[in-house]
Design a protein around this ligand. Structure first.
Ligand code: CP
Length: 344
């Protein structure tokens, strides 16, 4: 990471509403920045580049990882995050999303929101004059995708190039699956959605993955054939039912996915790769989409992945808080100071 310089500076107004808002070089920039800041903070050094900056966090749904990681990131970097839960602000009661966006944009430096419907985050981004970050919508979960790719970099299969990496998303084509399809193919990996036809990734996302693959190498496919598991470097899954499907009884989902798409020891064995890594965005329904033995087992990268939500959020708020160059300068200066002290 020595000598790393940022290739991107933030234009006047940029949002992270969809995974598509970042091209390959921006994704790599954010991953590198996030990992660099992580080493800096983990070595006990400070970074106050977001001093007096505020992040408004609007949650239309529950959250553990997204909420805690953004708030912690802001505090660690000298700023402040405001948790604006449903019922706590006028949004949805006496005020429109557009007016809320204008007002928050005049008071805060950034807005992050988890919304029920993707149109809401688009409206926030359209009307707020500050960067808007999507903390998950029914379409995508882009900040999850950045944290996940940091986890892939942390667990990079030895000796492999991006185009050699096989990344399999198992189960339901959730918004996390859409994001993983886009971000893995942008990094040149071979993406597979392994799931039942009635829950397969949409043609829109698969086509996007294929277009990325044409540009960056790699591939994107959907399959129901367990043969595709062979040679996997990463097996990723998400819950089979939940937030957006309350009307569908659990039993229906269980019939579609269980037992074929449960990630268990047999599935990991079927990859033929003893070093295959298991990933899950969490929260998990233990012993449904994944067994305890896999989630808590030696191949699990899911807990590193959860922690990397914080790694990613630090990079993202520094970037969107227009503090990336300053952060790099401080890290470099402090490192040089430490090196000099060691020499003395
Ligand atoms: N993965 C994820 O977004 O977790 P939370 O719902 O707890 O934020």
């Amino acid at each position: 990471m020595d000598g790393y310089t940022l290739r991107h500076t933030l234009p006047t107004k940029k949002d992270f509403v969809d995974t598509a808002d970042f091209d390959q070089s921006e994704i790599i920039d954010i991953i590198k920045l996030s990992r660099l800041v992580r080493s800096h903070i983990k070595s006990g050094r400070h970074l106050n580049t977001l001093y007096h900056k505020t992040l408004a966090m609007i949650f239309e749904q529950k959250s553990t990882r997204t909420r805690v990681s953004f708030e912690t990131a802001m505090v660690q970097l000298g700023g402040h995050a405001l948790n604006l839960a449903p019922g706590a602000i006028q949004l949805g009661a006496h005020e429109t999303i557009e007016d809320t966006a204008v007002v928050l944009g005049r008071m805060c430096d950034m807005i992050m929101s988890r919304v029920d419907r993707h149109e809401s985050i688009e409206a926030l981004a359209k009307f707020a004059k500050v960067p808007v970050i999507n903390g998950m919508s029914d379409r995508v979960h882009p900040t999850q995708g950045i944290g996940d790719m940091i986890t892939v970099f942390d667990h990079w299969p030895k000796g492999k190039k991006p185009n050699d990496i096989k990344f399999i998303f198992v189960g339901d084509a959730t918004q996390v699956c859409n994001t993983i399809c886009e971000i893995t193919t942008k990094l040149g990996f071979n993406f597979v959605h392994y799931g039942p036809e009635n829950h397969k990734i949409s043609d829109e996302w698969l086509e996007l993955g294929k277009k990325n693959a044409e540009r960056y190498g790699g591939s994107a496919i959907w399959s129901e054939d367990p043969e595709v598991l062979k040679g996997a470097d990463f097996i990723y899954t998400d819950v089979w039912y939940g937030l957006y499907d309350k009307e569908t009884p659990k039993e229906v989902y269980m019939k579609d996915f269980y037992p074929k798409y449960q990630v268990n020891d047999e599935m990991l064995e079927a990859t033929g790769n003893p070093n295959v890594k298991f990933m899950h965005c969490l929260p998990a329904n233990r012993n449904e989409e994944v067994t305890d033995s896999v989630l808590d087992g030696p191949n699990s990268a899911a807990w590193d992945e959860a922690e990397n939500r914080l790694t990613a959020q630090r990079g993202l708020v520094i970037y969107f808080g227009r503090a990336a160059q300053e952060a790099l300068d401080v890290i470099k200066l402090q490192k040089e100071g430490n090196d000099a002290k060691e020499e003395i």
